[in-house]
Design a protein around this ligand. Structure first.
Ligand code: KG4
Ligand code: ZN
Length: 355
């Protein structure tokens, strides 16, 4: 039978995404319009500006996604959108567009959980050797810092999360505190570039060791790390008093501390899983921060150590599909469309939505 074709819209935060994906896993188009130039001046995502940018960009993104896929809207079999979690106003733009398109075209609609979509991305991107359930998923982005056990396409157990700040936001904030110039990739990636110097990675005498929060506990916390960086800069008389090499050393120590927390919790989670009788063979790492090469190297070592008898594969979906995109939304909706489990056109967004 012919593949089922989904057009999906992602608008939960600051990126506008539209993609066309088929049930056989073909990505016919993947349009992402980033807005960081809009928010650069505000030091974070400005909710009102983000809504305006989605309103401005979404119609063009839908047109582009269809044209790259060489389809007309009427060729699409279903419309998916990000229902939550995310910023209410932003979600609303994508949801209204998706539901209205679906209703006008007389096609089914499915509202998708953004984090579940991140967690399931590897099933699409690693199609030749997909992770098998149960697998561990570490979602590290601007919005979330989550360690999950995925036991099926719809069942996730939260093993660790953060009560304060997400790892991505802390990368962003520390990057700004250190006055690292933004690249087109954003402040987190700019920080990684800034401390890539191998000599600096080894550590420096000039900066203190920063805290690795809550050792032994299955939970993340980044507020303490954030304020420790802030405090050190203040005791030195402000960022203007730090020379370039000290700033690089501080960035590197921050990155080591932040990633060190991830290493420790992944180690704990693997140990816990084994104790609880879950035969985990895959650890999937996704979200914007998963693009970080230092993080990848460290987690490789962690998982290698934890493998014991049965090898555990570390899976990183391609960076373009780790950051916010609509391909993952389309893919996460697919099993629901195929099962006929679709939503009403009146369905509302869920800005706060537990996984
Ligand atoms: O998944 P994502 O694109 O959007 C959501 O937040 O959902 O993640 C964006 C986050 C930002 O905080 C960004 O600074 C961070 O991922 N990020 C990085 C790197 N690339 C992106 N953080 C550290 N190192 C990187 N190379
Ligand atoms: Zn995301």
């Amino acid at each position: 039978s012919r593949a089922f074709t989904v057009l999906a819209i992602e608008s939960s935060a600051d990126d506008t995404g539209v993609a066309v994906v088929t049930s056989s896993g073909q990505i016919l188009s993947n349009v992402v319009i980033k807005q960081h130039t809009v928010h650069e001046g505000y030091g974070g995502i400005h909710p009102f500006e983000a809504v305006r940018a989605h309103q401005r960009n979404l119609p063009g993104a839908v047109r582009d996604a269809l044209s790259v896929a060489q389809l007309r809207a009427t060729d699409v079999d279903g419309i998916a959108f990000t229902r939550g979690p995310g910023m209410r106003g932003c979600l609303g733009v994508g949801a209204s567009a998706a539901k209205t398109l679906a209703a006008a075209l007389d096609k089914p609609v499915v509202g998708v959980h953004h984090m579940q979509a991140h967690a399931l991305t590897a099933l699409l991107t690693e199609a030749s050797a997909p992770p098998t359930f149960p697998f561990l998923t570490l979602l590290v982005s601007g919005g979330h810092t989550l360690l999950l056990l995925a036991t099926s396409r719809t069942e996730f157990r939260i093993l660790a999360t953060t009560p304060d700040e997400s790892i991505g936001r802390v990368f962003d904030k520390v990057s700004r505190m250190l006055e690292i110039p933004w690249t087109s990739l954003g402040p987190g990636a700019a920080l990684e570039d800034f401390c890539r110097d191998a000599a600096v990675q080894e550590g420096s005498m000039t900066v203190p060791n920063l805290p690795r929060s809550m050792p032994g506990v299955m939970g993340f916390s980044f507020a303490g790390l954030h304020s420790a960086v802030e405090r050190f800069i203040r005791t030195q008389g402000g960022i203007g008093c730090l020379d370039e090499s000290t700033r690089r050393a501080l960035a590197a120590e921050f990155q080591r501390a932040a990633v060190g927390q991830l290493e420790e919790k992944v180690r704990l989670a693997l140990k816990w899983s084994r104790g609880a009788g879950h035969d985990v063979r895959h650890v999937v790492v996704s979200g914007g921060v998963a693009s970080n090469a230092y993080l990848r190297e460290r987690l490789r070592l962690t998982v290698g150590d934890a493998s014991l008898g049965s090898p555990i594969a570390l899976v990183f979906p391609p960076p373009a599909l780790c950051t916010d995109n609509a391909v993952m939304i389309a893919w996460a909706s697919m099993h629901r469309f195929l099962a006929g489990d679709v939503d009403e056109y009146s369905i509302l967004v869920r800005p706060k939505w537990n996984i």
